[in-house]
Write a protein that binds this ligand. Sequence first.
Ligand SMILES: C[S@@+](CC[C@H](N)C(=O)[O-])C[C@H]1O[C@@H](n2cnc3c(N)ncnc32)[C@H](O)[C@@H]1O
Length: 279
Amino acid sequence: MAQTLGLERLDAQLLLLHALGKPGHDRAWLLAHDADELPDAVAQQFRQLSLRRAAGEPLAYIVGRKEFFGLELQVDARVLIPRPDTETLVEWSLEVLQQPAMPPTTPTLQVLDLGTGSGAIALAICHRLQRSHPNAQVLAVDASANALAVASANAARLQLPVQFLESHWLQRVSGHFHLIVSNPPYIANLDPHLAALKHEPLQALTAGSDGLDDIRQIVAQAPTHLHAGGWLLLEHGYDQAAAVCTLLHQRGFAQVQSRPDLAGIARCSGGQWQGRPGT
Ligand SMILES: C[S@@+](CC[C@H](N)C(=O)[O-])C[C@H]1O[C@@H](n2cnc3c(N)ncnc32)[C@H](O)[C@@H]1O
């Protein structure tokens, strides 16, 4: 039936495992039980799931989970599905946090994730810092109370001590950070690619006529909340690296640079704040 609907084999296998109540890594079980007859209830459930997938609903929303940086996150239509490319931003974040040059302004590392969605970036960083910096403080912000509900449930399930705050970017944030990291909305309002993303929240995707409205706000606001020597790292669109680097230069960031994603496209840009906070 999944084949008739045109589903990819892997998707069909993952949906069948979900209908059977088995984890996604149990594909070997399917092979070993290839000839088993499905109970009616499971067959019925599998059919429903397959129809949803055939109608274009992302697999992660249907099964309710997505792996990110080795963590299993629960996701639903309230949050963007974390993308593998965003792992580049986490890797870069961990790199700057481990730099010996990171200013020892306070004994604890302070990290801020803006637009946390499912909590992916904040939770991945917090998880990795647990061994090297067990006192690190990670704050995750989102303007969407719905997204924060998903993110805080993920933190509780994974037992990671991330703090959450509902705020329009840095509006309600106080204090200073060694790293501000963000994967903000960056798609232009009329971008034709939006049609393929219709199941994900629009608030997580679009940012004005050129897709840079949110990045402009974050670049403008971040220095007030960065320790001297702290970093701002941003994910952006495949064609926005030059524009984001210009914004960072204009705001007075030093060491402005970009990093490629898994496909080799400059997909994150960032810079170091060397001035005093609040300047
Ligand atoms: C592209 S999603 C990123 C989600 C997550 N960080 C990730 O990488 O998977 C952007 C997130 O920014 C949030 N957001 C949009 N506008 C915001 C604002 N003005 N202030 C704070 N968060 C905002 C959205 O709700 C959404 O969760």
